[in-house]
Write a protein that binds this ligand. Structure first.
Ligand code: AMP
Length: 210
């Protein structure tokens, strides 16, 4: 199995792209570190309890916790040919841990969206708490307002999607995560796509780049 890393700011559309590609091809698996952490919080596990305080503030959860969690998911995967890693690694220490684990990284694709567009995108973001499907009130609305197309659950706004926390998450992104662009560029693994083409074309561009 090979790993493709999705790089990009919060709200750049990484999750939408990855779930679209995984939905089209059973050999592709989408793994979102944020969804795993939100699942751990909902389940009340010790990892979830530890992670919650950081996530509510828009800060990164400690590396050891996330590295162990993603390591378990990679080790348990038996059938996928490609794993799309969405939200991990989030800093250079995590990228180095991934490399030390021996996992094979095929590419790291930067979904490029200017910060000015991000705040707007996140303001309209809605998520299904049950099946994790993502929507946007304007760009990707559900068929019935407020209801998940896939499983019928009531859509919610993520707790960390409020404007103040989004600002903090963008600061963290530029400081901690953006250095990964240079990290993967130096390894010859970086690709870039314009992430402002709409959900269908973004996914097609990503597929061609990865
Ligand atoms: P996301 O769903 O990717 O936007 O992640 C939501 C939140 O989960 C982030 O703001 C962090 O608090 C936490 N998180 C997700 N992935 C990681 C990671 N790789 N390292 C540290 N914290 C993470």
């Amino acid at each position: 199995m090979e790993i493709v890393i999705l790089l990009g700011a919060p709200g750049s559309g990484k999750g939408t792209i990855a779930s679209r590609l995984a939905g089209e091809d059973p050999a592709v698996r989408h793994v979102s570190s944020g969804d795993l952490l939100r699942g751990a919080i909902a389940a009340g596990t010790p990892a979830g309890v530890e992670a919650k305080a950081y996530m509510d503030k828009g800060q990164l959860v400690p590396d050891a916790l996330v590295v162990a969690m993603i390591g378990d998911v990679i080790a348990a995967e038996k059938t996928a040919e490609t794993m799309l890693l969405d939200g991990f690694p989030r800093n250079v220490a995590q990228a180095e841990a991934l490399e030390r684990s021996g996992a094979k990284v095929r590419s790291a694709v930067l979904v490029d969206v200017p910060d000015e567009i991000i705040a707007d995108r996140i303001a309209g973001r809605r998520t299904c708490p049950k099946c994790k499907a993502g929507y946007h009130v304007k760009a990707l609305p559900p068929k019935v307002e407020g209801i998940c197309d896939k499983c019928g659950a009531a859509l919610t706004v993520r707790k960390d999607d409020n404007p103040e926390t989004v600002r903090d998450r963008l600061v963290v992104y530029h400081r901690e995560t953006e250095p990964l662009v240079a990290y993967y560029e130096a390894k010859g693994l970086l690709r870039r796509i314009d992430g402002d083409q709409g959900p269908v074309r973004n996914a097609a561009a990503f597929k061609a780049a990865m």
